[in-house]
Design a protein around this ligand. Structure first.
Ligand code: SF4
Ligand code: SF4
Ligand code: SF4
Ligand code: FES
Length: 747
């Protein structure tokens, strides 16, 4: 530890602290512009200049390390004068056009101008005449406002590790741009916008829509993928305007991905349903909420009386909060009297490695998942391990992924070849034996894997036997994929069987959309006497319903989600669109069926503590649950990955821009990726006579569908990839995740 004085206040800090950090500890404010706590010190702007008594040279507080007995002054007359000049010089490059700039009210330069009391700039401003760049779908770039602080370049390099942007040109011509000033081809995560201290990089989804002082801010958790990012929902009235980041809170350190930051717009969609519907004479017709609930309850009663309670099944979605899923389970077991509720989520794997475990690990294996696409923040942890911790990284996936630049080695090939490679890994054979040795020798090895492929569970359970120290991270797909399992959801295989053999007559489907889920899309729901569906949208499953009730999204409800790390975090209602939550629907149904269930999340939370042993001591404000195992069960060694006979291997691709079927309703995401496209390699495209955008027919398992082609250079020859969660692709994947398919040019 080091002791020093800052403006007369004595403070003791670790010896690797900077003067800025020491000042923060002493409660002394030093203005900054280019500094950001998430980034390495840079020292570009000179706004944080300080004086040390006895040293004639001024120093930058953000880059200078502390030394014993320093006597630092932060606000002398000389410093005030120089700081004012520094800001004046910054304003030469930055035209003052605050009334029209979207950053007005939350601009560090504007704040600094007030702070130093600058009313007039002595130097002539450079004329602002560079055209504003709109080539990035989510980011507006106005280079004339750039103060060259480098925060955007550094976050894209140090945190996201994409290096999509950098300083280009020299001297007065220096600006932020891409190599050869090409259109931005990046992850669209918007991290660069979030750190830009002025209005040079702006959020196009929010542009000119509102002003920060109008917006109410609510802390919550992103409702899309299983990463569990902590976010700030910015609302005015019943509209959601922007997604803000909270670097000081949450395991994501303020980082978000494109879908979390820009995809929230489905919440505001005018395509959302506002009225319940009951099917009459074959058509879904508007009904009021009570009428819809009574219809469901009466039908449940009559089916139960005729066929027994087991003829009624409850299915929950990972969009439900823990509290809602817990209530749905009570509805199933205690009110209706069936065995319990089901979920289309894997049950054999539980969370083990946290992001911190991954970031600090000394060897990482990523098994059969494109993690930076599927779970971007989990992907950032993997990148941090490889980049900051220099952990050797091994990636097993059919095609090359964004981890390519960091990976020690990538094992690519057809899905059969990747499975053969992973088999050699766990059996310690071939080139993969060396990887097993690295994992065995590591002190803190981790493996990230896809729990949705049953075959993959064999690999991870075998690998765990070989490397007992290995910590596993199951890349769960949706916001509460883990929580609904914790709340007691049963494996849905039995549900499928019950619907197929017609022993199940009624299905109460809370938020789930099986019609677009892999392995479920071919299930006919026609034999059901009652299909009741809740969903914010008229989903593919809702269209088949006997009764449909529109419900709230994650932004409109209270409760908690459990992330893929096993971290339980509180979800807060940020706005109200006048729609019921699933908890309210469950409570209303229970009441009509003669039971009584609370719908208030606080009350339900107390019941969860009492009745769910894992959550007895749970800290719902970010605590991590301690699970009894990471993988459990006897798994069979997979013979080969894909079924079928075609010439190409088809597998599901993960899309950074989409998460399940909700984000398809986000207009801005749809501008970039609005329909499913079949990815193939340039070599295959040439052999098939296909170009980007051409129509191609895909035949698998007796089903043929037509898609547009996207020629992608990272694809392996002989492979094809389609995204999941679209109605046509779900049908192609209805019999499983890997198929041999035939491809043919259409038209
Ligand atoms: S959006 Fe993300 S990946 Fe793209 S330039 Fe900004 S920080 Fe880099
Ligand atoms: S664009 Fe913004 S963050 Fe990037 S260097 Fe310019 S002012 Fe700084
Ligand atoms: S979609 Fe996932 S990674 Fe992206 S912001 Fe939301 S929780 Fe985070
Ligand atoms: S904040 Fe220290 S030099 Fe910019």
């Amino acid at each position: 530890m080091v002791t020093l004085k800052i403006d007369g206040i004595q403070v003791e800090v670790p010896k690797d602290y900077t003067i800025l950090q020491a000042a923060e500890k002493a409660g002394v404010h030093i203005p900054v512009l280019c500094h950001d706590s998430r980034l390495n010190p840079f020292g570009a702007c000179r706004v944080c200049l300080i004086e040390a008594v006895g040293n004639p040279r001024m120093m930058t507080a953000c880059t200078t390390p502390v030394a014993p007995d320093m006597d630092i002054l932060t606000n002398t007359e000389k410093l005030q004068r120089i700081r004012k000049t520094v800001i004046e010089l910054l304003l030469v490059n930055h035209p003052l056009e605050c009334p029209v700039c979207d950053k007005g009210g939350e601009c560090t330069l504007q704040d600094l101008t007030y702070e130093v009391g600058l009313t007039k700039v002595r130097f002539d401003a450079k004329p602002a005449d560079t055209p504003v760049d709109h080539t990035n779908p989510f980011i507006e770039r106005d280079v004339d406002r750039c103060v060259l602080c480098g925060r955007c370049v550094r976050i894209c390099d140090e945190v996201v590790n994409i290096q999509a942007i950098s300083f280009i040109n020299r001297g007065m011509e220096t600006m932020i741009g891409t190599a050869f000033d090409q259109p931005w081809n990046c992850e669209f995560c918007g991290q660069c916008i979030s750190v830009c201290p002025v209005g040079s990089l702006n959020n196009r989804v929010y542009l000119f829509k509102n002003r920060p002082w109008n917006l109410e801010k609510t802390d919550s958790v992103c409702g899309l993928c299983g990463c569990g990012c902590y976010i700030e929902l910015e609302t005015e009235g019943s509209e959601l305007y922007r997604m803000g980041e909270l670097p000081e809170k949450g395991a994501n350190h303020g980082n978000l991905c494109a879908k979390g930051r820009f995809g929230f717009e489905f919440v505001n969609s005018v395509k959302r349903e506002t009225s319940a519907k009951v099917r009459a004479a074959g058509e879904l017709a508007d009904a009021d909420f009570d009428q819809a609930v009574v219809t469901v309850a009466e039908k449940v009663k009559s089916i139960r009386a005729q066929h027994g309670a087991e003829a009624v099944a409850v299915l929950v979605s990972p969009r439900l909060t823990n509290e809602e899923a817990f209530l749905a389970n009570k509805l199933a077991k205690e009110v209706i009297g069936t065995g319990g509720m089901y979920a289309l989520e894997p049950h054999s794997s539980l969370p083990e490695a946290t992001y911190a475990d991954i970031e600090k690990s000394d060897a990482v294996a990523v098994l059969n998942i494109d993690v930076t696409e599927a779970n971007p923040i989990l992907g950032l942890a993997v990148r941090a391990a490889a980049r900051m911790n220099e952990a050797p990284l091994y990636v097993f996936y059919p095609s090359e992924t964004a981890l390519k630049r960091l990976a020690e080695k990538q094992f690519t090939g057809t899905p059969d070849e990747v499975y053969a490679s992973m088999t050699r890994l766990v059996e310690g054979q071939g080139a993969e034996a060396a990887v097993l040795e690295v994992l065995k020798k590591a002190e803190k090895p981790v493996a990230v894997y896809n729990p949705y492929n049953t075959a993959d569970l064999w690999f991870v359970s075998e690998l765990k036997k070989q490397v007992p120290a290995l910590k596993l991270a199951a890349a769960r797909a949706k916001a509460n994929s883990q929580g609904i399992v914790d709340m007691g959801a049963l494996d849905a295989a039995k549900l499928k069987e019950g619907i197929q053999n017609k022993t199940i007559k009624a299905l109460l489907c809370f938020g789930e959309n099986p019609a677009v889920r892999t392995g479920w899309a071919d299930l006919s729901l026609d034999s059901l006497e009652l299909l009741a569906v809740t969903d914010p949208f008229m989903s593919e499953t809702a269209k088949k319903a006997s009764v449909y009730i529109p419900v709230a999204t994650y932004a409109e409800k209270d409760g908690s989600f459990t992330s893929l790390e096993g971290r339980v975090q509180t979800v807060n209602r940020a706005l109200c669109k006048g729609l019921k939550t699933d908890a309210e629907v469950v409570a209303a149904l229970a009441a009509r069926l003669g039971g009584s269930l609370p719908s208030c999340s606080c009350e339900v939370r107390e019941l969860i503590r009492k009745e769910v042993p894992l959550y007895k001591e749970a800290d719902f404000d970010g605590g991590v649950i301690s699970y009894p195992y990471a993988v459990k069960g006897e798994f069979e060694k997979p013979a080969k990955a894909a079924a079928g006979e075609g010439a190409y291997f088809l597998y599901p691709s993960s899309l950074r821009l989409h998460s399940g079927s909700y984000t398809r309703w986000s207009p801005d995401l749809a501008k970039v990726y609005g329909e499913p496209k079949l990815e193939i390699s340039p070599a295959d495209a040439e052999a098939l006579g296909l170009g980007d955008g051409d129509a191609v027919s895909v035949s698998a398992a007796g089903i043929t569908k037509v898609f547009k082609v996207h020629v992608e250079k990272h694809m392996t020859k002989g492979c094809a990839a389609l995204p999941e969660d679209y109605v046509d692709t779900a049908q192609i994947f209805s019999k499983g995740r890997y198929h041999k398919v035939s491809l043919g040019k259409k038209g």
